[in-house]
Design a protein around this ligand. Structure first.
Ligand SMILES: Cc1cc2nc3c(=O)[nH]c(=O)nc-3n(C[C@H](O)[C@H](O)[C@H](O)COP(=O)(O)OP(=O)(O)OC[C@H]3O[C@@H](n4cnc5c(N)ncnc54)[C@H](O)[C@@H]3O)c2cc1C
Length: 392
C-alpha cells in the first residue's frame, strides 16, 4: 500500500471525482435537487455508476474489489463527492459504517461475499442501530435476536434508519442475551432487506429528504450472518460509530455551501442599500471566520485519515472532527440565512430563490447534523472522558 500520495496525485484525484460528478449528477439525482444536504439522500443509479467507475471502497484490498489505496485517498474522494453535492447516504453507510467494520470483525467468507458487492455498487447497506428507547443510550436497545436452529429470529423496531428505503442489506444490532447487563448481550448481523417479516416505513424530513423506521416480525436470518463475536456487539459498534464520524463528505459539503454563499454576496443588490454584501465589513469578517473554520475541519479530516492509515487514533480524535463539522455546518447555514434575509423563504423551484433555495434548505436540514452519527453532547462526553480522562 502506498501510504503517502503526493499533493499532485491528490489534486488530480479530487478533480477526477468532481468531473465524474459533474457529468452524472444532473441525470441521476432527479427528485433530490431540493435537499439541503443532498449527501443525506440516495440515488441508486448514481451509486451504481460510482461503483462501476471504481470509486467505492478504494482503500480495501484488491481481492475484495478495492484498489489497496490509502484512507487518505478515500477521504479525498469523499470530500470531493460532498463538494459536488452527490447523494451519499447509502454510500457512506455501506463503506464507512458496514464495510470498514466488516474488514475488522467479519469472517473471510463474509468479506469475500459482501465487500465486492459494495465496491461494484450492487449492495447498499443501511444501519439498524437506533431504536425508540436507544439512541445515545445504544446499550438500551430491545430488538431481539433469538437462536433457533441455524437461524436467528429477529423481533423489534428500529428508527432513524437512513437509506432503508433503497438498501439491499442492513447492518443490524440486536440483543442476543436478554439476561446480560445492558452493554453486554448485544450482537451485530447482516440482514437481507428482502427477508420476510421486515417492513420499512418512509417519512419525509424537514431538510427535504426521507428517513425510515423498520419493523421486524419473526424475521429469520442465517446464523452465519453474525458479524464478529456473539454478545460483543456493543464494543464492535463503538468502533463502527468511530468510523462513521470521519465526516469528510460533510467537510466538502460545508465548503461548497460557503463557496455558494461567497458567490451570492458578490452580486449587486444583495446589501440592504442596493450594493454588494461583500463590501460590508461585518459580512467580510463572518466569511473570514467561517472559511478559517472550514480549513480547520479539513485538517481534522486529514488527521483522521492519517490515523486510519497508520492504524493509530482513538475515539476522541474521531469525535473532535464530528463535533466540529456538525457545529460548523449549522453556523454556515445560519450565516447564509442571515445574509440572504427575507428571500430565504423562497424554495427550490421559485425564480426568486437564492442559490436555487439550497442554502435555505441546508438551514432546515442542519439541526440533524449535530445528531446524526451521535449527538454533539455525546461527542463532548467522549472527548471529556476518553480524551481528557475527566471523571465519568
Ligand atoms: C438525519 C439522521 C439520520 C440518522 N441515521 C441513522 C441511521 O441510519 N441508523 C441509526 O441507527 N441511527 C441513525 N440516526 C440516529 C442517531 O444516531 C440518533 O439520533 C442519535 O444517536 C441521538 O439519539 P436519539 O435521537 O435517540 O436522541 P437521545 O439519545 O434521546 O438524545 C436527546 C438529546 O439528549 C442529549 N443526551 C442524551 N444522552 C446524553 C448524555 N448522556 N449526556 C448529555 N446529553 C445527552 C442528546 O445529545 C440529544 O440532544 C440518525 C439521526 C438523524 C438525525
Amino acid at each position: 500500500m502506498r501510504l503517502i500520495p503526493t499533493n499532485d496525485e491528490l489534486n488530480t484525484l479530487r478533480q477526477e471525482v468532481l468531473d465524474f460528478c459533474e457529468k452524472l449528477i444532473p441525470e441521476t439525482t432527479k427528485g433530490l435537487e431540493r435537499q439541503g444536504t443532498m449527501s443525506d439522500g440516495d440515488s441508486v443509479e448514481f451509486y451504481r455508476q460510482l461503483g462501476q467507475a471504481g470509486w467505492i471502497g478504494r482503500h480495501w484490498p484488491e481481492q475484495y474489489g478495492g484498489k489497496s489505496c490509502s484512507h487518505l485517498e478515500t477521504f479525498i474522494v469523499d470530500e470531493a463527492l460532498g463538494y459536488a453535492r452527490a447523494p451519499l447516504s447509502g454510500y457512506l453507510l455501506s463503506v464507512k459504517v458496514f464495510g470498514n467494520s466488516l474488514m475488522i470483525f467479519g469472517t473471510e467468507a463474509q468479506k469475500a461475499k459482501y465487500l465486492p458487492m459494495i465496491t461494484s455498487g450492487e449492495a447498499i447497506l443501511c444501519q439498524g442501530f437506533s431504536e425508540p428507547s436507544a439512541g445515545s443510550d445504544f446499550g438500551s436497545l430491545r430488538t431481539s435476536a433469538r437462536l433457533d436452529g441455524d437461524n436467528y429470529v429477529i423481533n423489534g423496531h428500529k428508527i432513524w434508519t437512513s437509506s432503508a428505503e433503497v438498501a439491499t442489506h442492513m447492518y443490524l444490532a440486536a440483543r442476543t442475551d436478554p439476561d446480560a447487563v445492558k452493554h453486554r448481550g448485544i450482537s451485530t448481523f447482516i440482514l437481507d432487506m428482502k427477508t420476510p417479516g421486515v417492513t420499512v416505513n418512509t417519512f419525509e424530513t424537514l431538510g427535504g429528504g426521507v428517513i425510515n423506521e423498520v419493523f421486524f416480525d419473526n424475521a429469520r436470518i442465517p446464523a452465519a450472518n453474525l458479524v464478529g463475536e456473539l454478545n460483543r456487539g456493543f464494543h464492535q459498534s463503538m468502533k463502527s460509530l468511530d468510523l462513521e464520524r470521519s465526516a469528510m463528505d460533510r467537510i466538502g459539503a460545508a465548503r461548497r455551501a460557503l463557496d455558494d454563499l461567497s458567490k451570492y454576496i458578490h452580486k449587486d443588490g444583495t446589501a440592504p442599500d442596493g450594493g454588494r454584501l461583500s463590501d460590508v465589513p461585518a459580512v467580510q469578517e463572518k466569511m473570514a471566520e467561517l472559511y478559517s473554520q472550514a480549513q480547520v475541519s479539513r485538517t481534522f479530516g486529514y488527521l483522521i485519515a492519517r490515523h486510519l492509515d497508520a492504524g493509530t487514533g482513538t475515539s476522541n480524535e474521531f469525535s473532535y472532527g464530528k463535533l466540529y463539522i456538525g457545529l460548523l455546518s449549522q453556523a454556515i447555514a445560519n450565516a447564509a440565512v442571515d445574509m440572504i434575509g427575507t428571500r430565504a423563504i423562497f424554495e427550490y423551484g421559485s425564480e426568486l430563490a437564492v442559490n436555487d433555495g439550497l442554502l435555505t434548505a441546508l438551514y432546515r436540514a442542519s439541526p440533524a447534523l449535530t445528531l446524526v452519527g451521535g449527538s454533539s453532547e455525546i461527542q463532548k462526553s467522549v472527548i471529556a472522558t476518553r480524551g481528557l480522562e475527566l471523571p465519568r
